[in-house]
Design a protein around this ligand. Structure first.
Ligand SMILES: [Fe+2]
Length: 316
């Protein structure tokens, strides 16, 4: 335990240093021109918040067992950095695994006790701007907890729907839920929790959203590699993304907890972003420029691709 404490301290000190460097990067990068309609958003993923019911040592391997105990200070650090930026970040999107597993299968438990759901909300309520919550596999327990119960809990605790579109300044920000199709239905013959699927209703809804032809940022917890390409004959997420690649600037996933750049493998630019669980610097800061129909991933040069980590600006 002494070793864990020392390591954690080192990690947090480095995080504080990096935060300062990131803020100076931000000040230099973001030179506001008068009349510009540019605006700024941030993405975070895989926050994995726990509570007093969490049983220590229940993960696989040292790295996972250590990191799970640090999720609260790391998310808090990411939040505080995002709050500190000027010009301000206007919206934050969280790409799932908001909390880490279910301490009880009993719905009422969550209203009789203060749990990780309440802890996660208490941290994210500290964002100065709106935050939009998406769903990850740890926000469900598809083997043991009915998905309907998870949906009721999310509605009651976070006022969040299973999937959603948020329209803002001429853009659309869509969270797709890859836990609603048959591969996530524990009674279906093709049940396979490692494969995501959307289900017909959500696919139809997504197609209708895309038919509005607004530029659309897409967030989905599982990387596209792990989401069924097609679910009903030739109807599915992959062909929809390809067909609308011109109006989808970016598809961002979490789940893997590492930075991965799939480029245009699936049509639109596709990234997996890293997790605040492992690194408080795991956020994407995006500048969106409606006048030029473009965006910039402002901290991309801090990212160490294929790792959990973002590197400090001075080594870029
Ligand atoms: Fe995760």
């Amino acid at each position: 335990m002494a070793q864990l404490t020392r390591r954690s301290f080192g990690a947090l000190t480095a995080a504080a240093l990096t935060a300062n460097l990131t803020r100076s990067l931000w000040a230099r990068e973001v030179a506001q021109q008068s009349g510009s309609r540019k605006f700024y958003i941030a993405l975070i993923a895989d926050t994995h918040i726990i509570d007093d019911f969490y049983v220590k040592g229940s993960e696989n391997g040292v790295e996972d067992n250590e990191s799970i105990l640090l999720t609260t200070p790391r998310l808090t650090s990411a939040r505080d950095l995002i709050n500190s930026l000027s010009p301000a970040i206007e919206q934050v999107f969280l790409l799932g695994d908001y909390f880490h597993n279910y301490p009880s299968q009993d719905y009422d438990f969550y209203f009789k006790n203060k749990t990780r759901l309440d802890n996660a909300k208490a941290i994210t309520d500290g964002f100065h701007m709106p935050i939009h919550i998406g769903w990850g596999n740890h926000d469900y327990d598809v083997r043991h907890v009915p998905r309907e119960m998870s949906h009721r809990l999310f509605k009651a605790k976070f006022n969040t729907e299973p999937y959603w579109a948020f329209d803002y300044k001429g853009y659309k920000f869509v969270h797709l839920n890859n836990f609603l199709g048959s591969t996530q239905d524990n009674k279906a013959p093709d049940f396979n929790p490692n494969t995501g699927s959307l289900g017909e209703e959500q696919l139809q809804w997504f197609e209708a959203q895309l038919a509005q032809h607004k530029p659309t940022f897409v967030f989905v917890h599982y990387p596209l590699l792990a989401v069924q390409a097609t679910e009903f004959k030739d109807f599915g997420l992959h062909p929809l993304l390809r067909k609308h690649a011109d109006t989808i600037p970016l598809v961002v996933s979490g789940h893997v907890h590492k930075w991965v750049d799939f480029a245009h493998t699936y049509g639109p630019q596709h990234y997996i972003m890293a997790a605040t669980r492992y690194d408080p610097n795991a956020y994407m800061l995006l500048e969106i420029d409606p006048d030029h129909g473009s965006y910039r991933f402002l901290n991309s040069n801090l990212v160490e691709w294929s790792t959990h980590y973002s590197k400090p600006y001075h080594t870029a």
